[in-house]
Every structure is written in structure tokens, then in C-alpha cells.
Design a binder for this molecule. Structure first.
Ligand code: ATP
Ligand code: MG
Length: 266
């Protein structure tokens, strides 16, 4: 059986407000799974449950057939890495120190040459030579790529003897220019192609259509649709979920879907 993430009947409430209602989803290792949906539809809340950060009121999650609930923090840290939607650092860390935070929570701290790994990760995200710069003095997009490098160093190899590792990315390209959006998505896709699992919350539907193997569409705390991008990305569903007018087309071969925004109102 292909290793996978399975979430079953996830329910979350904050106080009396129910945010997620009976969410079920599946993501396979070797694939890039995108979670899309409007602001407030529950994507980040779902990601926090999938990564083990937030306990759900109902339901359970398993990763590579192991229930998350039974895992120790160090087991989780060697199995999956998490890029949060926003990261604030209140101390004057250098870029090197931020990326090294990934090493301290994963297996690499013991088995790899830390300095080389940090350099490799920074080079991969187009930040070679930034090691000594202060994180707070970087641009928003540079900071986001440093955080991506940190996450990668935590689980640098997509597979080990225990199976695939998992990248959880909450809006990994939200601050990036078009070239770096493509670059980060290509790194994530490559991680999946080498056997790892990747789950990414995305707002850009065109990048989603280009890179995702599987798309989960969230709407008001429920899964509105799930499947291959070509199946779930259609005018009617997207207009219903996002509440605006748009047109899904097909680019020249290989026929990737693209979404043309039309208007926010009728
Ligand atoms: N800790 C919390 N306490 C109370 N309400 C919360 C909490 N976290 C999230 N919510 C609410 O849950 C809903 C879903 O939030 P969530 O962050 O999951 O949305 P999202 O789909 O990630 O949105 P976005 O695209 O804006 O990031 C929102 O209405 C939000 O206000
Ligand atoms: Mg969010």
C-alpha cells in the first residue's frame, strides 16, 4: 500500500464556533496535494490538525499508517516539517541561525554536516551568501524563502528506511515574485517526485493547476470537492466556493487548466 496521510471526520470548534465539520481527506506520498478555498474556510485550521499541532474535537489523523495521536514530538519532527502561514521572530537571528532551527528538530542534526546542509538549502531557494544577514532586515519574500529553507533542512531527504517524509506548507509562495513562486513550487514538486509527501495550502489556482496532483477544495469548514485539478477545477464549483465569476480554460498541450478571473460580482 502506498504510504499516505488519512484524515477522518475532523471536527474543530473554537469556543462555541464550529470551524471544521467532519472533514475527511487523503494525500498520497509521491504526490503534491493542494488545499484551496476562500479566506476563513478552515485551511490553516485543518493544516494545524494534520500536522499534530492542534487536537481536533472529533476524528483522527494517520501518517504512513501511524496515528498522529500516539506520536512523540521527536518522532513527528523527523517525519514531517511545517511551514506556517506566518512566522514572527522577535530576536535578531541571522539567516544561518534561522535555517539551523530546522536541524535541531530533525534527524539531520546528528547525521549531516550542518553547515553544508544550511548552505545547500539556501542555495536551493536562491539565497546563497545570505547566511550572515539578519533575518529581520530581509524583504518579505526573502524571509519566506529562508523559512522554506529551514523546513527543508529538517527533512532534507524525502524518504528514509521508515518511509516517506512529509512537507506541510501553508501558503508557501504568498509573498514571492513569479520566478520564485515557480522555483519554490518546483522544489516542492521534486520533493514529492522523489517519494516524499507534500501538502500545500494555495491561493493561486493557476499554480495549483500546474503543480498539484490532487486538490482538496475547502468551503465553510467542509470539503466541497477533492480530486485531480482537471476534475475539481471547473467554473461552477469554483464560482460557488469562491463566490465570484471566473472561467476555467485549457492551456496548450499538455492541457493544464488555467483560471481567468472575471468579476467579483454578478
Ligand atoms: N484560534 C482561533 N480562535 C478562534 N477562531 C479561530 C482561531 N483560528 C481560526 N479561527 C477562525 O476559524 C476560521 C478559519 O480560519 P483559518 O485560519 O483556518 O482559515 P483559512 O482558510 O486558513 O483562511 P486564510 O485563507 O485567510 O488563511 C476563521 O473564521 C477564523 O477566524
Ligand atoms: Mg490560512
Amino acid at each position: 500500500m502506498q504510504p499516505e496521510l488519512l484524515a477522518n471526520d475532523i471536527g474543530v470548534a473554537f469556543g462555541r464556533t464550529e470551524i471544521l465539520h467532519g472533514v475527511c481527506m487523503r494525500a498520497r506520498a509521491g504526490e503534491l496535494t493542494a488545499i484551496v478555498g476562500p479566506n476563513g474556510s478552515g485551511k490553516t485550521t485543518l493544516m494545524r490538525v494534520l500536522t499534530g499541532e492542534l487536537a481536533s474535537g472529533t476524528g483522527d489523523v494517520s501518517l504512513n499508517a501511524h496515528p498522529l495521536a500516539g506520536m512523540k514530538p521527536w518522532e513527528l519532527a523527523s517525519l514531517r516539517a511545517v511551514l506556517a502561514q506566518s512566522v514572527t521572530l522577535s530576536f535578531p537571528f541571522t539567516v544561518r541561525e534561522v535555517v539551523q532551527l530546522g536541524l535541531s528538530s530533525g534527524w539531520n542534526a546528528r547525521t549531516a554536516d550542518a553547515a553544508v546542509l544550511v548552505e545547500n538549502a539556501l542555495e536551493l531557494v536562491d539565497l546563497a551568501g545570505f547566511e550572515g544577514r539578519y533575518y529581520q532586515q530581509l524583504s518579505g519574500g526573502e524571509q519566506q524563502r529562508v523559512q522554506f529553507a529551514r523546513v527543508l533542512t529538517q527533512i532534507w531527504q524525502p524518504m528514509d528506511e521508515d518511509g516517506p517524509r512529509w512537507l506541510f506548507l501553508d501558503e508557501p509562495v504568498s509573498s514571492l515574485d513569479i520566478r520564485h513562486q515557480l522555483q519554490i513550487m518546483e522544489i516542492a514538486k521534486n520533493y514529492a517526485e522523489r517519494g516524499g509527501g507534500v501538502i500545500a495550502v494555495m491561493h493561486d489556482l493557476n499554480l495549483t493547476a500546474m503543480f498539484a496532483d490532487h486538490v482538496v477544495v475547502m468551503h465553510k469548514g467542509r470539503v466541497a470537492a477533492a480530486g485531480a485539478p482537471g476534475e475539481v477545477m471547473n467554473d461552477a464549483l469554483l464560482a460557488h466556493v469562491f463566490g465570484c465569476h471566473l472561467k476555467v480554460g485549457k492551456a496548450p498541450p499538455p492541457g493544464t487548466a488555467f483560471v481567468l478571473p472575471h468579476s467579483a460580482y454578478g
